[in-house]
Design a protein around this ligand. Structure first.
Ligand code: SF4
Length: 319
């Protein structure tokens, strides 16, 4: 039986960012140098496939440090960053801590600290409960940061005009939503201090840019990623807002609802910053079993960002 034709447009850039590559490399390097187990606080990145793969290699994932026994094994902090209390507790317990926080998240932590030292109250634009938000709030004493998630939250802020305020943002937000929230902040508090260049990272910006280009060109879009990945959820939203009628966030090929894709002729595929390319390939192969596929890349930005391993592992690499 002849298969129906399907044109696949692959968004580029997609998938792993430099911070995720560094965090995964850190766990693999620690396993290679120190052997199993290597403890990892929280999912190293928000992708179950990555986490399960590292588990099979000897990584032990814990929710918090109190689940780590007295050990000389490395304890790695995830790419999302941690509150200051976490490295402090690791130090008090003399654990061998390796911090895989993405340098672009650390940059936001330092911005928040500088604003606080200058006497400013910090407004954090982000999603409540996300590990990055928990980590950023935990850089300052309780009450020094106020979280806003929406323009309505900005309107409800209890500060007066002229208050000494600053804002920082989560790195993985919607570029468009964040612009609106920042505009609302600047309209209500004209003197508010902010980053020279926004805190949303290059990877988030570029992946959303590619999706915006492809969404109006296709009948359906698949975003490869985990439901708890902020970055991936924002890609899903960008595709929907871009006018794509069918958009699904899937972890793997087995999650595809095939009844939605039966009559599709042009399919967009992208992947969140924590989704490995092997899963994109798995999904293309699954479509190739049902369709006669042609694949082309639609590129909207070049990326060459690279972050070296955390210091302790760099030293080991040199030895
Ligand atoms: S999404 Fe951005 S901030 Fe997060 S790990 Fe990747 S590069 Fe770093």
């Amino acid at each position: 039986m002849t298969k129906p034709p399907l044109r696949i447009l692959l968004c580029a850039p997609r998938g792993f960012c430099a911070g995720v590559v560094r965090a995964i490399d850190a766990v693999e390097k620690a396993l290679a140098v120190y052997g199993a187990p290597v403890y990892v606080r929280h999912e190293i990145v928000h992708n179950r496939y990555v986490v399960e793969t590292l588990k099979r290699q000897g990584a032990v994932f814990v929710r918090d440090l109190d689940e780590v026994p007295e050990t000389s094994a490395p304890v790695i902090f995830s790419a999302h960053g941690v509150p200051k209390s976490v490295p402090e507790m690791a130090g008090a317990r003399r654990l061998f801590a390796i911090d895989a926080t993405c340098p672009l998240v650390t940059k936001v932590h330092r911005e928040a600290e500088i604003h606080h030292k200058r006497g400013r109250h910090v407004i954090l634009v982000g999603h409540s409960g996300h590990p990055e938000v928990v980590g950023t709030k935990g850089q300052l004493p309780p009450g020094a940061i106020t979280l806003v998630e929406t323009v309505e939250d900005v309107e409800r802020l209890p500060f007066r005009q002229g208050s000494d305020l600053a804002f920082v943002t989560q790195t993985t937000l919607s570029v468009d939503d964040t612009r609106e929230i920042v505009e609302a902040l600047e309209a209500r508090f004209p003197g508010i201090a902010g980053p020279h260049k926004e805190d949303i990272c290059y990877a988030t910006t570029n992946r959303q840019g590619a999706v915006k280009r492809v969404a109006p060109m296709v009948d359906a879009m698949i975003v490869v990623g985990s439901a708890n990945s902020s970055n991936s959820q924002r890609l899903r939203e960008a595709a929907e807002r871009g006018g794509c009628p069918v958009v699904r966030l899937v972890l793997r090929a087995e999650d595809i609802e095939w009844n939605l894709f039966g009559t599709v002729q042009r399919l967009g595929i992208t992947a969140g910053a924590s989704a490995p390319e092997v899963l994109v390939e798995e999904i293309i192969d699954a479509f190739a079993e049902r369709f006669s596929v042609s694949v082309e890349s639609v590129s909207t930005a070049d990326e060459s960002v690279f972050f070296p391993l955390p210091r302790q592992l760099r030293d080991q690499a040199a030895e």
